[in-house]
Design a protein around this ligand. Sequence first.
Ligand code: HEM
Length: 364
Amino acid sequence: MSAWPEHALAAAGHPDPYPYYRTLAEDGWRRDEQLGLWLAASRRAVDAVLGSPVCRVRPVREPVPAGIAGSPLGEAFGRWLRMSEGDAHARLRTAVGEGLAALPCDEAELTARRLARAFLMTGAVDGRRLDALVDFLPVATLASLLGWPEAALAEAAEAIARVCRALAADADAAARERGAEACRTLLADLAVLSTDGWLRRWREAFSEWDGASLNANLLGILFQSRDAGAGLLSAGIAWCCQGEWDHADPAEWRARLRQDPVLHHTRRFVAANATLAGQTLRAGDQVLVLLAAAARDPAGPAETMDFGRGRHACPGEALALATARGALHALEQNRPDWRALGGGIRFSGPPNVRMRRFGAGERA
Ligand code: HEM
């Protein structure tokens, strides 16, 4: 592994990308011709992009990626809060926000704890099992809270993983087909969940939309929780491997996430010519928004950027942290050999997530 990441899209998987990010943050903006991207790296540049109405989450001419347009996955994607802008976004954000806020974090934490405990009871805790826990728990916790039957949680987590793979930049036709099939199954499962409990509150929050929008957005939050939630939990576990830390304290999470962020970047598509933080951008440009570089920018206010900023900032932060806390509590009760588990950590995951893998060196 070289001392410097090959490029910004490879930085989240580098053992120490922070000197590289620092030089980018000092420049503020940089153009990467090979990637065909603008890199926004200083806190000032990142804030300007995330705050600008001309910087959109999707290209104007391609609201749904061409590879999935017309499929059930494309239809759901087009209804997601995350992929919408303007008035539709503001109204969906209120509904999703109300849905998420209706859940007490204690309940999420206890659910994560219970599911992690049951998961860990089925075998010795080695690196590969930790990886499996990290892949399973964020989606399983959310699905369980929505009323998914316990016996079907592993299947739901795997189906969401297939949706994530279908939406990856390097997905091929087979991955997209598997994702579309998984989406069909998940939407059918969502349609028959009992309307008691937390799901009832979602239905109330979505009363001005049809059932398809509600179910698409429930699928959307399960999708959002998957990779970022796994990265967050893997970071929490890695920090346990380094020594005791107070994972019940949100301030401690924030401080650690600023030093070593999990969610390294997001993207924006420029809809009209604009000048932002001193940089001229043209309609059609793409910007890689380097949240991890901005969090460490010495000229910035020393805050974590892991959950984003501005109108698309993460509404799932409290829930994600409660889930990770519950899992770490259950793991600690298992008294694993932290030192051994921390010995073989590698970084491998989607380009925007700093995902720790604990079992990469273990034999199957
Ligand atoms: C229960 C787990 C989670 C849920 C339900 C969730 C949900 C969401 C949703 C719905 C959005 C879109 C908001 C909008 O467009 O208005 C979003 C954005 C975001 N989330 Fe989360 N999220 C979760 C976990 C996480 C975690 C663990 C991280 C970081 C480690 C994270 C980081 C972000 C970021 C950076 C954005 C903004 C992306 C952008 O501006 O392009 N999320 N999340």
